[in-house]
Design a protein around this ligand. Sequence first.
Ligand SMILES: C[S@@+](CC[C@H](N)C(=O)[O-])C[C@H]1O[C@@H](n2cnc3c(N)ncnc32)[C@H](O)[C@@H]1O
Length: 241
Amino acid sequence: MALSWKDKVMRNFDTQAHLYDQYGDVQAHVADSLACDLPCLKNAAILETGCGTGFLTAQLARKYAGHQLHITDVSPRMLEQTKSRFSGMSTRFFILDAEKEQTGETYDLITASMVCQWFEDLEEGLDNLKSMLKPDGTFYFSLPGPDCFKEWRSTLDQLGLPSGMPNFSYSEGIYREEKIKKSCRDSWAFLSSLKNMGASCGRENYAPLTLPQIKKACAAFDSQNFEHVTWHILYGCITKA
Ligand SMILES: C[S@@+](CC[C@H](N)C(=O)[O-])C[C@H]1O[C@@H](n2cnc3c(N)ncnc32)[C@H](O)[C@@H]1O
């Protein structure tokens, strides 16, 4: 049976979990940056969704030591990596599809660093997360913005080729943004780093480029000597109300 888009997203992250840290330097930076914005809380119940290998988990464990932490991901191997690094009397680790599933509990704080762009239906996923907030709870997140990978997108545009990257446009609750220029030797280094970290699933119903089209796009990208690719990151906070 053909895999659904969501299953492919999960499979890609799951298969590449062992390489994620090696290629996830932008994600590590974003997790640290998001953690600086998180509120001070007392005896809080906290849910982390899409923990990956634990970049944000490390910050949560430090900032909220002794609080009730529920650390989750849809990928078993990602979750296993995080679980092997952190443990604590008040920490629970479990599989959760944050877009569709509920834990049966409510939280003072829910976090998702670089996760929600992988939801099939962003609005539905955010509603699901909001419904798990306590009345005065907050949901903090980061996700790619519209200018993310603009060098690659503009190259495809110039050639009249479609981009399989999700349409990163989202505005609710965004309180700041950041543009990170990640150095990149060439198109191959850029594309393979996304693939190696598991973030290579084209948007739903996207017909992948043919090999000649990819070669043409890579040659056009490389001829522009970009030296870096822009990661445009949005930081957001939503309350239940
Ligand atoms: C780009 S990684 C980010 C991981 C981590 N938060 C970080 O900042 O490094 C995306 C993570 O979200 C997870 N993910 C994707 N869709 C998900 C969903 N519907 N529910 C929960 N986790 C999901 C993936 O398995 C992966 O671990």
